[in-house]
Design a protein around this ligand. Sequence first.
Ligand SMILES: *[C@@H]1O[C@H](CO)[C@@H](O)[C@H](O)[C@H]1NC(C)=O
Ligand SMILES: *[C@@H]1O[C@H](CO)[C@@H](O)[C@H](O)[C@H]1NC(C)=O
Ligand SMILES: *[C@@H]1O[C@H](CO)[C@@H](O)[C@H](O)[C@H]1NC(C)=O
Ligand SMILES: *[C@@H]1O[C@H](CO)[C@@H](O)[C@H](O)[C@H]1NC(C)=O
Ligand SMILES: *[C@@H]1O[C@H](CO)[C@@H](O)[C@H](O)[C@H]1NC(C)=O
Ligand SMILES: *[C@@H]1O[C@H](CO)[C@@H](O)[C@H](O)[C@H]1NC(C)=O
Ligand SMILES: *[C@@H]1O[C@H](CO)[C@@H](O)[C@H](O)[C@H]1NC(C)=O
Ligand SMILES: *[C@@H]1O[C@H](CO)[C@@H](O)[C@H](O)[C@H]1NC(C)=O
Length: 396
Amino acid sequence: MLQLRHAIICLLCGYLSKTTAFPSIPSNIDWKAGVELLGSFEWPKITLPTKRETAPNGSTILWVIQDTYEGSTFFDTFNFYTGADPTNGLVTFVDQQTAFNDGLASITSDNKVIMRGDNTTQLAYGVNRNSVRIASQAEYNMGLFILDLDMAPWGCGVWPAFWTLGSGTWPYNGEIDIIEGVHDNEHNQVTWHTAPGCNLTQNTNFTGTIVQTNGTDNLQCNAFINNNAGCGVTEWSQASYGPYFDEANGGVFAMNWDENGIAVWSFYRATVPLDITQGRPNPSNWGEPVAALSTQSCNITHYFANHSIVFDITFCGDWAGNSYATSGCPGTCEDILMDPANFVNASWIINSLSVYKQSWLDIVSTSSATRTHPIMNLKTCWIISTVIFLHLLVSL
Ligand SMILES: *[C@@H]1O[C@H](CO)[C@@H](O)[C@H](O)[C@H]1NC(C)=O
Ligand SMILES: *[C@@H]1O[C@H](CO)[C@@H](O)[C@H](O)[C@H]1NC(C)=O
Ligand SMILES: *[C@@H]1O[C@H](CO)[C@@H](O)[C@H](O)[C@H]1NC(C)=O
Ligand SMILES: *[C@@H]1O[C@H](CO)[C@@H](O)[C@H](O)[C@H]1NC(C)=O
Ligand SMILES: *[C@@H]1O[C@H](CO)[C@@H](O)[C@H](O)[C@H]1NC(C)=O
Ligand SMILES: *[C@@H]1O[C@H](CO)[C@@H](O)[C@H](O)[C@H]1NC(C)=O
Ligand SMILES: *[C@@H]1O[C@H](CO)[C@@H](O)[C@H](O)[C@H]1NC(C)=O
Ligand SMILES: *[C@@H]1O[C@H](CO)[C@@H](O)[C@H](O)[C@H]1NC(C)=O
């Protein structure tokens, strides 16, 4: 009986320490860093230190969930775009009804979200291939955007993108291309397109390579010059786009947008940090981003506002069409477009898209006086319960 009481008290202790753990986490010592090894992919596993971001005033930054897009409700909060492709692709974007009827949008029985280009219809030369482009109804100003996907589209003539787009007249509220590539490329390209006056900072700490124009790094994100190339950064990882990304069972892309900058990370499946899979993302644990736009040469709050989230798959057009001849793909882009068998890999398979917003802990990490650590709560609770136990024992 006493033991039972003791057990109940201890269970309660455990419960209390769990429920209070989240709001009382002080700073640099929480949540194990590390990576989850899900596959047997050949690239090395990364071990990273555990630390937390702190605001300039010393407050600890936490990311709390704002929106989750996944499974059967995924498409409820996105609109299907049916206008002409602004990038001149040989594509027709279909409406939601058509997309579902023709299998271009679907949810699998295990809750994965599928979007694909038409891979069943034989087309005559010069006819557009059907596909999808969707945009979130919600618009965001800053946030941490985390996309977990099993597959991103690729293949000759294929040009997919996962990106965010500012409201109003383009490009005045900015565009952030998080996943983008063409053909059977292996390296993802992150790109910003803005009004004039926003530049990449050359010596920023990121692992990717700045895309060049005429042999020099193109730092200007200005969409009105260089045929709207924007300022791009190519990822070093061969598994960040195309065949190897899909072979690795996909992975996670994360974009962190705050007033100090916009940074993108990518992780193929075997290197996805545990804090992401556990829904407690902590960007300060992820190492250097693959690409970053620093506030040092771009006033982030001025150039980026009211972004909706966009997925699309287009064919040929300004990038995939103009680069086709040098891509190593057979024939012409118009030729390749005719045969549906060329588009079997032109699919998004999405596990979830989560948007987190910043919140600050009132506890300043340098002041230990006000800390209440969960372990301390647990210890205190154990002491109290032991005292109660002994007291009851003595009173018998
Ligand atoms: C890059 O990282 C180094 C070492 O952490 C730091 O001293 C430097 O200020 C960083 N540079 C930029 C532009 O953030
Ligand atoms: C690159 O070279 C082309 C052809 O010489 C020129 O028209 C274009 O303005 C140049 N772009 C830049 C950014 O220098
Ligand atoms: C961006 O780069 C252009 C061209 O080098 C330069 O004229 C401009 O001052 C730069 N702006 C910022 C904010 O760095
Ligand atoms: C950045 O842009 C915002 C919004 O336009 C403006 O309020 C702020 O003064 C700008 N900051 C700097 C340093 O120019
Ligand atoms: C963002 O959207 C809000 C609400 O529609 C609007 O009031 C605001 O002017 C927009 N901001 C910009 C910079 O366009
Ligand atoms: C589709 O992907 C598979 C697996 O990587 C590959 O063998 C095949 O060649 C690809 N097909 C096309 C048309 O890209
Ligand atoms: C179309 O693509 C999907 C996704 O990759 C695949 O499951 C399906 O078998 C393909 N259809 C045909 C007819 O190849
Ligand atoms: C620290 O700054 C953030 C905003 O940057 C604010 O929300 C938070 O309350 C501040 N914390 C303290 C302890 O002043």
